[in-house]
Design a protein around this ligand. Structure first.
Ligand SMILES: C[S@@+](CC[C@H](N)C(=O)[O-])C[C@H]1O[C@@H](n2cnc3c(N)ncnc32)[C@H](O)[C@@H]1O
Length: 242
């Protein structure tokens, strides 16, 4: 898998570095997320949730839940119980407070947990979701195997992730934005020098489109569908556990 890590001067493994990075930016994450995407991320999340709602999932696991935005959006699917896990305790702490303020503690439970060693038994959930998380996994294949394991038969996986636009003009504009504006603004607001440089680099390196679908197939997912969003800046991947 990718050797790209946020902090080049650190010898720590990718997982530790990712947790450290998100712990550092947690207080500013929501603001940066919605500002840097001009709020489009909310639209993408809504579309992703609409796509899993047909299956009427009662239980959803949101992996790499961060501050819980995707878990909260997933309520629209009609699910009775949503569980979110993330390796960054500070991101989870922000999420727990958000859920408490919204009075949603009976429906949404957020806790620390690792996508590559999920703490739940086989076949626990009707659906699993990951928004902007798979790109950060230390081992993508292991993460997808674990997601497959905890899904019930017939369960649905929904992954929302950044991808690389193909259209030359969009690609040009997006590269300018992600190489210059995004790292500059991210650094100013989050105070972390590396986080918003790592973001565009990790998007560029990520095996998106057909390559990601191949990973899903290798983990056992079937009936895979791909929806490219906003000129291919993000993609939703849906797959089933047969
Ligand atoms: C860009 S944030 C996305 C958060 C949230 N899903 C959202 O849509 O805003 C990526 C999250 O993935 C988490 N993450 C990365 N690797 C992980 C792993 N192996 N297991 C669980 N969470 C992980 C990070 O800690 C971080 O909170």
């Amino acid at each position: 898998m990718s050797e790209l890590k946020p902090y080049r001067d650190s010898s720590a493994g990718k997982k530790v570095q990712i947790a450290t990075m998100f712990d550092r930016i947690a207080p500013r994450y929501d603001f940066l997320n919605h500002t840097l995407s001009f709020g489009i991320d909310k639209m993408w999340r809504r579309k992703a949730i609409r796509l899993i709602s047909n299956g009427k999932p009662e239980t959803i696991l949101d992996v790499a839940t961060g501050t819980g935005d995707f878990a909260i959006a997933a309520l629209k699917s009609g699910a009775k119980k949503i569980t979110g896990i993330d390796i960054s305790k500070e991101m989870v702490a922000v999420g727990i407070e958000k859920v408490r303020k919204l009075g949603l503690e009976d429906k949404i439970e957020l806790m620390t947990g690792d996508s590559e060693a999920i703490q739940f038994p086989d076949m626990t959930f009707d659906a699993a979701t990951v928004a902007f998380g798979v790109r950060n996994f230390e081992n993508l294949g292991e993460g997808l195997d674990e997601l497959f394991r905890v899904l019930k038969r017939g369960g649905t996986l929904c992954v929302l992730e950044f991808s690389n636009p193909h259209q030359p003009l969009v690609k040009f504009g997006y590269n300018l934005y992600s190489r210059y504006l995004l790292p500059w603004f991210g650094r100013m607001v989050s105070g972390d020098k590396s986080a918003y440089t790592y973001l565009p680099e990790s998007v560029k390196e990520f095996p998106d489109g057909e390559k990601f679908i191949t990973f899903m197939k290798e983990s056992g997912f079937v009936q895979i569908r791909e929806y490219r969003l906003t000129f291919g800046i993000a993609t939703i991947y849906i797959g089933k556990k047969g």
